[in-house]
Design a protein around this ligand. Structure first.
Ligand SMILES: [Zn+2]
Length: 235
């Protein structure tokens, strides 16, 4: 990309950020710092080329581009951080649910400059309300997910291509997300569609958060639950 293309693309990003993303807490990286392009801005600009007709970009292509400005860079992590931590709607091909968008493993694609990364506001809003509280809570948990033990900023225990980002997870999903009902959980353990369980402060399952969980039980277990409920409800 030429200097002019970089500047023009950044201006386009800035415009969209101003109109659509800023109010949701998405952070626009500075274009330059100390007279040098920032890695975050370079990554965003590279992914936003020809917006809205962006294409999936391989990590290798992205790294080669960043290397023109930062020759020592070997492994560019910016795309993932821009999505998970700063809210930009960049999907990665390591997530198996992105096949419909034509993103292969090891590729990134900027999907939109008008919508933020799915799940981002949710996390951001809560963080703003209790940022200090949550930082202190994470420290108590040694910056690990209460459920799977993955450590913040490090590769996930089971999804090695995913950097662990801790979120506020419900202990009991039926109750409001506030102090006393919060444990740190990674994005994988904190997915809303996994709200089947009630956890204690140690991340252990202590109850059922959604009755649908019986659907996946064996017929034998369903029969046992049925008999048990009959006994309980007839009391
Ligand atoms: Zn986890």
């Amino acid at each position: 990309m030429t200097e002019e293309q970089i500047l023009n693309t950044y201006t386009l990003i800035e415009k969209h950020h101003d109109s659509h993303l800023k109010q949701h807490g998405v952070k626009l990286p500075r274009l330059t710092l100390g007279g040098k392009y920032t890695k975050d801005a370079l990554t965003l600009v590279f992914l936003a080329q020809n917006y809205p007709d962006t294409k999936a970009v391989s990590k290798t292509e992205l790294t080669e581009f960043i290397k023109q400005y930062y020759p020592d860079v070997n492994d560019v992590q910016q795309a993932r951080h821009l999505a998970a931590q700063k809210g930009w709607y960049i999907l990665s091909g390591t997530r198996k649910d992105n096949n419909s968008l034509g993103i292969n493993a090891g590729e990134y694609k900027l999907v939109s400059l008008e919508k933020f990364y799915p799940g981002f506001t949710h996390q951001r809003r809560e963080l703003q309300e209790g940022e200090d509280f949550f930082e202190a809570l994470k420290a108590q948990y040694d910056y690990r997910c209460a459920t799977c033990g993955s450590k913040e900023g490090e590769p996930h225990r089971y999804w090695k291509n995913t950097t662990t980002v801790l979120q506020m997870g419900h202990m009991d999903p039926q109750k409001p997300l506030k102090e006393g009902n919060i444990i740190p959980q990674c994005e994988k353990c904190n997915r809303p569609d996994r709200n089947y369980w009630i956890y204690d402060a140690k991340g252990r399952v202590v109850g059922i958060g959604n009755e649908k969980v019986v659907d996946t039980c064996t017929p034998e277990m369903q029969k046992k639950i049925f008999d048990r409920l009959k006994t309980i409800l007839n009391k």
